[in-house]
Structures are given as C-alpha cells and as structure tokens.
Ligand binder design. Structure first.
Ligand code: 13P
Ligand code: SF4
Length: 311
C-alpha cells in the first residue's frame, strides 16, 4: 500500500501535469488502484485517442504506450517502467509478410495483433485486439488473412470466422502458452460445474476446455455477471484484483470462488509496474515514449483503421 504522503504527492503531480493514468489489468494491484481507467488493450487505446489531457501515464507494456502515443500524438506519454516489453511483440519476420503478399496479392489482408512493434504494424493493413479481432476479420473484404504475430489468437479467429482463409505466424505469448492443460483439467475435476474462462492467447488444447473465451475485460465481465459459484481463470492473475472489486461492489455474499492454474500465470513484464513507479514517473517525467518516425505513419494508419472497423 502506498503511504498517505505518496498519495498526496501523486494527486498534486497529476493536477500539475494535467495527467491521466491508464493501467492494464496485469500490472501490480497498487498501480491499478492509482489509475483513472483500468481496462483491456482495446479500451485503453480508445481512451488514449479520446481523452482531453496533456499527459498520459501508461501502466502497461511498451506496445500499449506506443499505441497511445500514435493515437494521441499531441499528448506526452510516459511509461512507469520503460523496460516492460511484450516478447510476443517481436515475433514476426518481414519475409513472412512479403511471401504472403507475393502469393495472394490484393486478396490478402495482413492483420496485426496490437501486441506488436510499430514496424510490424506499419507492414500491416489493420490492427486488432482480442476483443475486436473477430469483428474486424469478418468485415474485411479480402479472403486470405495473414494473422500476426500470435498463432493462438490467429487459430482461434480461423475457427470463429471459417469463411476466411487464415495464415498463421509462429508467435506466441510465453505466459499464456505455458498454461498447462493438465492443471486446467485438474481444476475442472476438483470443481465440477466451474465455468472455465480463457484468454484466446492460450493454446488450442486449453481453449478446448473453455466455456468462455474473451479479452481480459470479457473474462472479468463473465466472472462478475455469472450466477455460477466457481470460475477457473486461464489468463494472467492480475485480473483477479478487478474481479474482486467488482464482485464486492455488486454486493456479492462471498459465495463466488476463483481458481487459477497451479502454476500461477504472471506476465513478468507487466509485474514490473508498481504504484511507486507510477508516482516516480510523474515526479521525474521519466520514461517518455517517442515513436520512431520511420514507422509512425504506417503504424498509426493500421491502428486508426482498427478504431474505424471495430466501431
Ligand atoms: P487484452 O487485450 O485482452 O487486455 O490482452 C492484452 C494482453 O497482452 C494479453 O496478454
Ligand atoms: Fe505480452 Fe503475454 Fe505479457 Fe500479454 S501476457 S503483455 S501477450 S507477454
């Protein structure tokens, strides 16, 4: 917990810099508690694009803060932990895109999960997040879709939109891919009737066991609104903080129980982001995000197309 003095300083710094704090559900609980808005990556991108303020502090990994900067270039954007990066964001080679474009020509769209570098976004036609990927792929005119960089989300989208031909890349999230299907089935056996909620970055053999598949916000909403008692959650443990808050606010009687796989899914990069670092970043105005000019225009175009097509 942050001290009273630190909280007081934080409020004063926020007012001085006309700052809004955005946080993803995977960062440390005390960083989530300082945020004006906590959400999934689509919600946070939309917020960044529409908020009226001079400064944004983005408690999330690099691709999230960079997307915020691209969607709101007139704001100063800061990262409390500039080393927080998403490994999957680097898992694509340009040749994969070039080969697919050469083979399928105008009937191919390159669909880039926001968990990607700006350079990759600039190679692509449109960005997506887990909460809008299905809708956007359905709306594209092209029949062939090269889905990058996440193979598991790409595979899930192929199942959801069978009318399209989805080509997969070999990227993956190390945290979600490590979710062990045996640990999920053990939980199901121990808690018959439990609702299994999974993020689509999980491998297909985990998703097969899911009753609900969706983004972090979708999973939280399913757990809070569901009338069931037991929930097995296959995503990063950080979502539990918001689930507990919302369940409490809904006046729950303590009946609901939430289980994560025994090997707790933690995103080591998101976990570096603490409340103290959020305050320090505003105090020192450190960790400012600057986008490489070579990729800014192309990446911005792909992100803005996402906002248009998802709406
Ligand atoms: P969401 O868009 O569901 O918040 O997911 C972001 C992410 O990085 C999941 O690992
Ligand atoms: Fe990247 Fe996985 Fe962490 Fe999400 S959970 S930010 S995909 S490493």
């Amino acid at each position: 917990m942050l001290s009273k003095e630190l909280l007081e300083e934080f409020r004063e710094l926020k007012a001085r810099h006309d700052a809004v704090v955005l946080a993803h559900y995977y960062v440390q609980d005390d960083a989530q508690d300082l945020a004006d808005f906590v959400g999934d990556s689509y919600f946070l991108a939309q917020k960044a694009a529409t908020l009226d303020c001079k400064t944004l502090v983005f408690a999330g990994v690099e691709f999230m803060a960079e997307s915020a900067k691209l969607l709101s270039p007139n704001k100063r954007v800061f990262m409390p932990e500039p080393k927080a990066d998403c490994p999957m964001a680097h898992m694509l080679r340009k040749e994969t895109v070039d080969e697919a474009r050469a083979k399928y020509g105008d009937d191919l769209a390159v669909v880039c999960y926001v968990n990607s570098t700006n350079e990759m976004k600039a190679w692509s036609d449109v960005c997506v997040t887990s909460s809008n990927a299905k809708r956007i792929v359905e709306r594209l005119e092209e029949h062939h879709i090269l889905f990058v960089p996440d193979q598991h989300l790409g595979h899930y989208i192929q199942e959801q939109v069978p009318s399209k031909h989805v080509l997969l890349n070999d990227g993956f999230c190390p945290t979600h891919e490590a979710i062990d299907v045996r640990e999920v089935t053990e939980l199901k056996e121990a808690h018959p009737g439990a609702v299994v909620c999974a993020h689509p970055e999980c491998a297909a053999w985990v998703l097969e066991h899911a009753d609900y598949i969706g983004s972090t916000s979708g999973i939280i909403e399913r757990c809070v609104s569901g009338t069931e008692q037991d929930f097995v959650i296959c995503t990063v443990h950080g979502v539990l903080h918001e689930i507990k808050k919302q369940v409490l606010a809904a006046g729950d009687d303590g009946r609901k129980r939430f289980y994560f796989p025994r090997t707790t899914p933690i995103c080591p990069n998101m976990a570096m982001i603490t409340g103290e670092k959020v305050v320090a970043c505003l105090r020192d105005l450190s960790g400012e995000v600057f986008v490489d000019e070579r990729f800014a225009e192309g990446a911005q175009r792909a992100l803005e197309r996402m906002l248009e097509l998802a709406g």
